[in-house]
Design a protein around this ligand. Sequence first.
Ligand code: 5GP
Ligand code: ZN
Length: 112
Amino acid sequence: MSDCIFCKIAAGEIPTDKLYEDDEIMAFWDLDPQAPKHFLVIPKSHLRDSSAVSKGDEALIGSIVRTGARLAKENGLDDYRFVVNNGASAGQTVFHFHLHVLGGRVMDWPPG
Ligand code: 5GP
Ligand code: ZN
């Protein structure tokens, strides 16, 4: 999508602090971290949110989750939180599916 910031990051049009990239997904540090370690894992293809995930995307979503867990461990996180915000009132501001991986501090529950 031409006006989507994460599509632009995936296409290399906007520089980012990249952690990992393959043909289908990308991981990069969040610009405005909410924990000592906070990165995002995204599909390179545009997917609006969880409700847009189809059966054909199941391997892609599995790859995002596995990569988030692997990168968390590689970055010294034994305990971490995965977050996916879906819709504006749930906190979504970028409407391109992304998995937040946050760690390095104690997390409160329930989330705000
Ligand atoms: P959401 O609020 O949609 O769940 O999360 C969007 C996240 O993307 C936010 O944590 C925000 O800080 C991050 N973000 C927005 N624009 C950029 C950007 O251009 N580069 C990076 N690295 N992160 C961004
Ligand atoms: Zn996009």
